[in-house]
Ligand binder design. Structure first.
Ligand SMILES: [Zn+2]
Length: 321
């Protein structure tokens, strides 16, 4: 099932052994094939459905406030990412951060035709390797942006370890990039699947129920708790299926399958506007674009892949392994 997943592993060589070695990192940055991906407010520089790698001394990085983060080696080529969020584009940037952001921002010093694109809009177009590099770049740079101060003493901390750590110069505490575990689940009852919609979502948009795993909680318990809180449905057996990094900003989606042991829905109106059982036949219509009031989850999101696997009857087989 891993091959269905956007941002799945591409076996990127993360070259973690170089991170703590400043000379090796400087050498990697000076490598003739080194490339640095500019990231602007979470958006990535792209051209023709591929990431655009610039030379480390490109004037695009004149607006960078931090050193580049080392992502690893792509077939031997050193890869870095660098935040240039201080750059102010001349055009209107009001769509940036919206649920649907189709806008592109063109930097005057970037190669002609390249533009900053929202990853959610292009994620299914990227190669597997670019998708892994993009997810890593976005997640780690957004972590730096929101974790500039030491969580223990409040001092401004410093980037270390090739960008995979922050160190506090005052109290010495080390801080590491966050990854927040989220359970997302196919909850089935016989031939039916439980889906829901959040009040903030576009009309007709439904997805699987999901929620953050809490400290001290197992994945299985989180699945049962979230489903019960949001929909009133009780879940028996739970199995882990597959995971997907989801760098918006820092989630790791843990795809699970759970068997419902009750069917009466009681929606928590704060979390959900509606939840419903959908039969396999009905979901085939949704995925074919023929359903009167439901549309499929966003392509590239794990919900889309999990439902697709369920429709293809791959879920039961997968869990019997
Ligand atoms: Zn500190």
């Amino acid at each position: 099932m891993e091959d269905l997943i956007t941002f799945g592993s591409s076996d990127l060589d993360r070259a973690g052994e170089l991170r703590a070695n400043p000379e090796a990192l400087a050498e990697a940055l000076a490598h003739p094939q080194a490339g640095v991906l500019p990231v602007w407010r979470g958006k990535l520089l792209m051209w023709d459905n591929a990431l655009v790698w610039l030379t480390p001394n490109s004037p695009v990085f004149d607006d960078a406030k931090d050193a580049p983060v080392f992502l690893g080696r792509d077939d031997g080529k050193p890869r870095f990412a660098r935040d240039i969020s201080l750059w102010e584009p001349e055009v209107d940037a009001s769509e940036v951060g919206a649920f649907v952001d189709n806008s592109l921002q063109y930097h005057p010093d970037a190669p002609r035709g390249t533009g900053f694109a929202e990853l959610r809009m292009v994620m299914t177009l990227l190669s597997r390797r670019d998708a892994e590099l993009a997810a890593s770049a976005r997640a780690v740079l957004m972590w730096h942006e929101s974790h500039r101060f030491c969580a223990r003493c409040g001092a401004l901390s410093e980037i270390a370890n090739g960008g995979w750590q922050r160190e506090c110069p005052d109290c010495g505490r080390l801080h590491f990039p966050r990854t927040d575990p989220v359970v997302i689940m196919l909850i089935t009852h016989g031939n039916s699947l439980l889906v829901g919609r959040s009040p903030a979502w576009p009309q007709g948009f439904f997805s699987l129920l999901a929620g953050f795993v809490e400290p001290g909680e197992t994945v299985e318990a989180a699945v049962r708790r979230e489903v019960f809180e949001e929909s009133g449905i009780q879940v028996g057996n739970v199995r882990y299926l597959v995971s997907q990094p989801w760098p918006f900003p820092a989630s790791l989606m843990l795809g699970c399958w759970g068997e419902a042991i009750s069917t009466e829905i009681t929606v928590d109106p704060v979390e959900l506007e509606e939840a419903r059982w959908v039969t396999r036949e009905e979901m085939v219509e949704v995925y074919a674009g023929r359903h009167p009031d439901m549309s499929e989850p966003r392509r590239g999101a794990i919900a889309h892949s999990l439902i697709q696997a369920w429709l293809a009857d791959q879920v039961r087989k997968n869990t019997e392994l």
